[in-house]
Design a protein around this ligand. Sequence first.
Ligand code: FAD
Length: 439
Amino acid sequence: MQLVCPWHKASFSAETGRLIEPPALDPLARYPVEIHDGRVLVGKVAIKRDAPEPKQADQTVALIGAGAAAIAAAVTLREEGYAGRILLIGPEKELPYDRTALSKMTLGNPDPGATPPALRPEAWYREQRIERVIDRVVKLDVETRKLTLESGSELNPDHVLLATGAGARSIDIPGVELSGVHTLRSAEDARAIIATVSENTSVVVIGAGFIGMEAAAALRKRGAGVTVLSKSELPFQAQLGRDVGVEMRSLHESKGVAFVPFCSAKAIKGAERVESVTLDDGSEIKADLVLIGIGAQPVVDYLPGHLVSENGGVEVDDAMRVAPQIYAAGDIASVLHDGERYRIEHWRTAQSQACIAARAMLGLTPGTLSTPWFWTQQYDRKIEHLGWPRKFAQVNIDGDPKRFDFTARYLAEDGKIVGIAAAGRPKEMCEAAVTFDDA
Ligand SMILES: Cc1cc2nc3c(=O)[nH]c(=O)nc-3n(C[C@H](O)[C@H](O)[C@H](O)COP(=O)(O)OP(=O)(O)OC[C@H]3O[C@@H](n4cnc5c(N)ncnc54)[C@H](O)[C@@H]3O)c2cc1C
């Protein structure tokens, strides 16, 4: 039996408290329980967990990247008894943080110095002997696993996890280099946006994807005027269907967002910094700040070309293995499901993949990848989705999308359910998170 967290679908063994699925990073504490005369008595002191057998004390693991996947791998390695060195390599000076909070909490926070929550406190890195290497990998030699860093130093780890995630995609139009044009991927990006946004700022968001629409909601909270440019009529129609798209668009419009459908940006204009955006029909929209939200592409520039697959990622096997003692997890990993290769850009999936890779490094049973799950939070509305990114032919809705109280089931041509989305239905989604499988 599993206990599933209704918020982000972390799951735990109900018997032992063991962590089964991220995004939680810790197991649940267990307390002694006795039943006396029909009363359940719970002890005050948690039961001590048995430490696992120490493993591979003479080895070194290099985690390339300091994001969702890398931290989950570090946690799993220690949890499973890995006793060797762990090098966590990433360019950010700040502690690894919750990237998903950038567009939900950080941008909307009235505190100009707001930062996303750290994934683990500073002391944890000391206690767990995780060596942070503030640097960037510029080359990996697959045969020898030698890593070359931007600083010029070289490392020779025994095991490598490629977890460099994705970078924000830019747009190839005139004016994109002007000051005031932003993308949102890092805490630094969020700080740069916050520094220039006030109640008098006119923001144009190019793209109506999840990050663009979450950022639109957050920037409205700060009082900025927001216009969203969308190639399609509705946001999220491809992923969540028309009915949900209609409600998401009207939610934003009810909060004062101007949603411009069926358009694309042709140019960004301004003398020194951005002043307006020109659309493909020739019209111009005033802009003090432009946020480009048109998706992300995997960061693979340090890898030899033969490792990069058609979808821009790195192909892995069921244990997330790329080559002997080299693994990949997160946004760059291209996994095989039901005969198709997928790159999944979800927080929980990145962590699940990293847990599998970490166990494989230790020669343990790696486990199987759970069905991808993501959530989005816009204003006070949360929608969650479970499923691989597959095409659907029909959507069956139970409940009322207008009130954000519904379950939507996505059916393929052959009638098979290939995805489930819901709002306000935590119990149903918790059950689906454990039982749903479209294969
Ligand atoms: C604003 C925003 C909101 C999001 N919201 C959601 C959400 O609500 N739900 C959801 O499921 N997903 C969301 N995502 C997606 C989610 O954050 C990613 O899928 C997840 O972070 C991927 O994890 P990762 O470990 O692969 O990469 P990342 O977390 O991006 O970490 C990659 C790390 O690698 C480092 N790096 C890059 N190149 C190098 C190099 N050459 N050498 C060393 N280090 C390098 C980077 O600096 C970074 O530290 C959001 C993403 C963004 C940007």
